[in-house]
Ligand binder design. Structure first.
Ligand code: CA
Length: 229
């Protein structure tokens, strides 16, 4: 799961980003609407956390822009100091999914994010599966035949990306982009190392499913290892 956080207060931005990182989200955090537009052009996010009072404009304009793009489905949580009822309604009318008024509890923010990402309209099912391997997108847990695998953040994100595309190859650059925030360095073997740890865990639990390496391209999970698409 990857979040885009737009908040111009550096302390609050740092606190939110750090908290969400401990809860398993990759977070790209910026201060302005211009940076938000640049990030959205470069990367794909599961959720946007948006302050309304930005140094280069009103966050509401950004919401209107985002919700008017037919191909971009991005849930938005407005975080705002403007606790006047009218601006809350403006935010929701403009297309935000939820809002929090500052100051708010970081645990509450995380709970709201979870709630939005679990909404049935956003996700057909909370469980992804391939053969004996399943992944619970809400709890971020993987299973082999019902036995749980402990998956740290990047392994969980890798499992999710591979299972979403089960049977198809996921391109390595896409994985890097989904597993790492802009400011997190990606070493040359990082992706291979994550895959290798996942493979070991699956093997230990006796999974019959394999993660194949498509040399120079990416990785593929499949319950049909003999067939290459
Ligand atoms: Ca602000």
């Amino acid at each position: 799961m990857k979040a885009l956080l737009i908040e111009d207060n550096p302390e609050l931005r740092g606190m939110i980003a750090a908290h969400l990182a401990t809860r398993g989200l990759a977070v790209d955090a910026f201060a302005t609407g211009e940076e938000a537009r640049a990030a959205l052009a470069l990367s794909t996010y599961d959720i946007l956390l948006l302050d309304l009072g930005l140094p280069d404009g009103d966050g509401l304009e950004l919401i209107t822009e985002i919700t008017s793009r037919p191909n971009l489905h991005l849930p938005i949580i407005v975080i705002t100091a403007r606790d006047a009822l009218s601006s809350r309604l403006d935010g929701l009318n403009a297309g935000a999914d939820d809002y929090l008024v500052k100051p708010f509890d970081l645990l509450e923010l995380h709970a709201r994010i979870q709630a939005i990402l679990r909404r049935p309209s956003e996700r057909q099912s909370g469980i992804l599966a391939c053969g004996d391997v399943t992944f619970d997108m809400g709890e971020r847990d993987g299973f082999v035949g019902g036995r749980a695998m402990r998956l740290p953040r990047r392994e969980a994100a890798m499992m999710e990306e591979l299972l979403r595309a089960a049977g198809r190859t996921v391109i390595r650059d896409v994985l890097e982009e989904r597993l790492y925030a802009f400011n997190e360095p990606v070493t040359p073997n990082a992706i291979e190392a994550v895959v290798s740890r996942l493979r070991k865990k699956m093997e230990l639990l006796g999974s019959t499913i394999r993660i194949e390496t498509k040399r120079g391209i990416g990785y593929r999970i499949s319950d049909d290892p003999g067939v290459t698409p």
